[in-house]
Design a protein around this ligand. Structure first.
Ligand SMILES: [Fe+2]
Length: 314
């Protein structure tokens, strides 16, 4: 089944105005009252939690109402409908999309993907001994570079039964486990993408069921640092990062949000195909990241030591 990855996440939120401002400041483009898009058309939709048009909630504090997957073609959508109809209700929506739910009650949508092809450059790096990537007289650093989210990368669920959830995505939807944290959950790659994961699951008590975070890919580590620094400057609270994960190798920077979950910037995730053999590790700080930094205000030589408190603060 050629599922490419998440096209859209739908949230039912308490504070629509705060979420609207947050998603715009994060770098998504507001294309309607409730929809916010990355450069390729994938995105986030929000509505007030009492909006009758929203699918029902998960019965926890999570605000996630629906995960909509983009598929390569209508044949894939129809194949998924046939598969899921064997043991659950599948709604046909007016645009050819379908709606159903997984074995843990997460509402899922499947549609022909809205992703538009992107033609953008990646971060270019020169290194002694390697072929030149960035040309002579081409300047790498641009303070005003856009650093915008390019595409919806992945969503992470808190689940009360990771084994049951994994079985559903692998056996019914053709996802592949690329790596695993023992007793925690799998990183899952659908068949229509080479991205290390578009879904990761973390085993938690049932009352925590929901969305832990979602993230969009940026153009490279410099874009990630730039976007994150701008987000901090706008007053948003860094939760974890910047750093670089081990499984997936993606650069990360997580922030608190009013959407009831963390929101991440990510960049440069590993790609895999069916020849990849999944690794397994115990969860822990060393397994989770290669390194971790913490944001500091800018500094220049000649000033007080970086990070030193201003005398007035004592
Ligand atoms: Fe992530």
């Amino acid at each position: 089944m050629k599922i490419i990855g998440p096209d859209e996440l739908v949230f039912g939120v308490d504070d629509v105005a705060a979420c609207t401002q947050y998603l715009k400041d994060y770098g998504l483009r507001q294309v309607s009252e409730r929809r916010f898009e990355a450069l390729d058309g994938t995105g986030i939709s929000i509505a007030h939690r009492d909006d009758a048009a929203l699918p029902p909630g998960l019965g926890t504090a999570s605000m996630l109402r629906k995960t909509i997957y983009g598929c390569a073609d209508q044949a894939t959508v129809d194949a998924i409908a046939s598969e899921l109809q064997k043991d659950r209700e599948v709604k046909r929506l007016s645009n050819g999309a379908i709606e159903s739910e997984d074995d843990l009650g997460f509402v899922l949508g499947f549609q022909v993907t809205v992703r538009r092809p992107l033609r953008l450059s990646a971060e270019l790096v020169n290194a002694p001994g390697a072929a030149q990537q960035r040309g002579v007289n081409a300047v790498a650093v641009d303070q005003n570079a856009p650093a915008l989210p390019r595409t919806l990368s992945h969503v992470v669920y808190f689940v009360p039964d990771a084994a049951k959830a994994e079985a559903f995505y692998v056996e019914r939807l053709g996802f592949v486990c690329t790596d695993r944290f023992t007793g925690v959950g799998p990183f899952l790659r659908p068949a229509g993408t080479t991205d290390h994961h578009t879904l990761f699951m973390i085993q938690t008590p049932p009352q925590m069921k929901g969305c832990e975070h979602f993230t969009f890919h940026l153009g490279g580590p410099t874009e990630l640092m730039l976007a994150g620094s701008r987000f901090v400057a706008k007053g948003y609270e860094s939760f974890w990062g910047p750093g670089r994960h081990k499984f997936g190798s993606n650069w990360f920077w997580y922030f608190n949000s009013p959407l009831g979950c963390h929101v991440e910037y990510d960049a440069d995730m590993d790609l895999h195909d069916d020849h990849w053999i999944a690794r397994e590790a115990a969860m822990g700080a060393d397994a989770s990241q290669l390194f971790l930094f913490q944001h500091r205000e800018k500094w220049a030589p000649g000033g007080p030591p970086p990070g030193a408190r201003h005398p007035a603060a004592h």
